[in-house]
Design a protein around this ligand. Sequence first.
Ligand SMILES: [Zn+2]
Length: 439
Amino acid sequence: MKGSGMTNNTRQEAQHFILINGVITDGLSFVLENGALEIRSGKIVRIGTSADFSGEKTKKIDLGGRLVLPGLVNPHHHLYSALATGLAPTGPTGDFQQILENLWWHLDKSLDEESIYYSAMQGLMQSVRYGVTTVVDHHASMSAVGGSLNIIKKAYETVGIKGLLCYEISDRMGEAALQSQIDENIKFWTDTRDNDRIQGLLGLHANFTLGEKSMEKIAKQKPTDLPVHIHCGEDAADLRYCRDLGYEGPVHRLKAFGLLSKDSLLAHCIHLSEADHRLLKESRAWVISNPESNANNRVGVMDLNKIPKYLLGTDGMTGNILGTMRSHFLLRNGKVDHAPEILFAYPAEMLRRCFPESGTLREGGSADLAVCNYRPVTPVSPENLFYHLMFGVQGKEMFMTLAEGKILFSENTFHTLDEVRINREIRSAVKRLYGRYHA
Ligand SMILES: [Zn+2]
């Protein structure tokens, strides 16, 4: 594999400094005008007003009145899609199955170790630009399964953010390949169980790409405390497939195989039966809505009345969570209930199991922060913050992104990696990837 970006430990040394003159909020309970944050050894050690720190000699960084948020969380992404911008499908894309077959499944079969790494780098760097400091990835690379999650882990370490990783198991490549996909998930999860930045999940592509025998095989080998991450009821075909097999729907089928637990991540949940909705509520699994992707694939929209508590993901479309929320808000005619919880409270709750200090902005917490390129001139409160995000921040790139107290990105520049060199390496890897894709 090319590129020293992969082997260099580019994390900055832990620093001690104070961010002053920010409009600081945890997104939920407080907004502090002319606020300041003292950061030491990767943590927020003190929150106050800039005046509280006036006598301090410690290095200060003036944020110029910009809005400061907790580092954002993307609970459903496909980093492998990051090099597909502008890539033409190889056949018709009239329905969901054709979109999968003629674009995504063709692309993921073309990925090798080099392009897995560089697509992860591209996707993670874009996420950092938009203030995202935790990315949950759902990966597929059918010609390079074993070790693929470790390659992606190296990209996370180079960029310097947290994540949950998994390989999306499916029947697409036959029975022998299925076992290698199960092994990849379980090995990675086992190896990273105590890691405080990157951990594993059990990735399943979807019910409709897993036959009964495969589901049995997965259920038999799944460690009890390993949660699944799956596309569930994305297209009507998924519900139809489960019903044809005698189940009441995709959630019911997961439950029947013992694959539904309170920490599972279920992306989409558009086409579900009434029984599915009942089981979902009882399970307390996390539902992730991906409105931009759903619109792009023309698969329908999730019923927010039936699923009021959900997370918001990008599903490989972009790395931009606030931009996705803005699309969601507009697609729903300017009405999204519980928006602050969806952006800030629920992701922190979801992460508590593995990264208990993340997803929040509080004293003692990890200094994962997104400093928006937005200086509010009208009053900001927890009640109206969402409208400042929608109409002020507008899903634009951040002024500064910090993870564990390190400034990863500010003023359009990465500080812990050489973006120009990495971009050159990415462009070179793309040529080889596209050569295989079009072959
Ligand atoms: Zn997805």
